[in-house]
Design a protein around this ligand. Structure first.
Ligand code: AR6
Length: 176
């Protein structure tokens, strides 16, 4: 585990599974546009939360790349799930801006909903093919830029799937 502070906001990197972050108010889903079960993160979250979760997401779908919506978190210890649709690398453009919007919109919703602690996966870096180093840079840059305006959110965890992903994220974060 590694931590840094951006203004008053504690940033933590861990290796792990997004569905095992029960100490965070909210987790973020790397969703599909239909807000249904999928592979990767969306598979893990919906396997735990369905069928209730899909009942909650159905009226909110479809969403566009960069958008985020919030639901309750059935069968999880978290209060909320914030569902973000990342860009498909090479297809949804401008991909950098769309990925940035995911993090910014998730943090904005968290502020509005009184969420103090939030856990993100590495959005778009699995099925959607975004190179992880670039994606990590955008994620940290966005949190850093927003940190001074965050009054409620005080803890942001990045949950990385493998030790290699963790090391890559730390290499990027320590340069900030
Ligand atoms: N916990 C944390 N990270 C995970 C987990 C997990 N349980 N499982 C995978 N990762 P992805 P995307 C990592 O594919 O690229 C789905 O099929 C993974 O190694 O979940 O935004 C949806 O239905 C990678 O680094 O999300 C969409 O169609 C990162 O999480 C599409 O994939 C994101 O991988 C979304 O693609």
């Amino acid at each position: 585990m590694k931590t840094v502070k951006f203004d008053g906001v504690l940033i933590e990197l861990v290796t792990g599974d997004i569905i095992e972050q029960g100490d965070c108010d909210a987790i973020v889903n790397a969703a599909n546009a239909e807000l249904r079960i999928g592979g990767g993160v969306a598979g893990a979250i919906h396997r735990v939360g369905d069928p209730e979760l899909t009942e909650l997401t159905r009226p909110l779908a479809p969403i566009k790349p960069g958008e985020a919506v919030i639901t309750a978190a059935p069968n999880l210890d978290n209060k909320y799930i914030i569902h973000c649709l990342g860009p498909v690398y090479g297809r949804d453009k401008p991909e950098k801006e769309l990925l940035k919007n995911c993090y910014a919109n998730a943090l904005r919703i968290a502020e509005e909903e009184g969420i103090e602690s939030i856990a993100f996966p590495s959005i778009s870096t699995g099925a959607f093919g975004y190179p992880m180093k670039e994606a990590a840079n955008i994620a940290f840059q966005t949190v850093k830029e927003m940190a001074p305006s965050l009054n409620v959110v005080s803890f942001v965890r990045f949950v990385l799937w493998s030790p290699a992903d963790f090391n890559l994220h730390w290499d990027v974060l320590k340069e900030f």
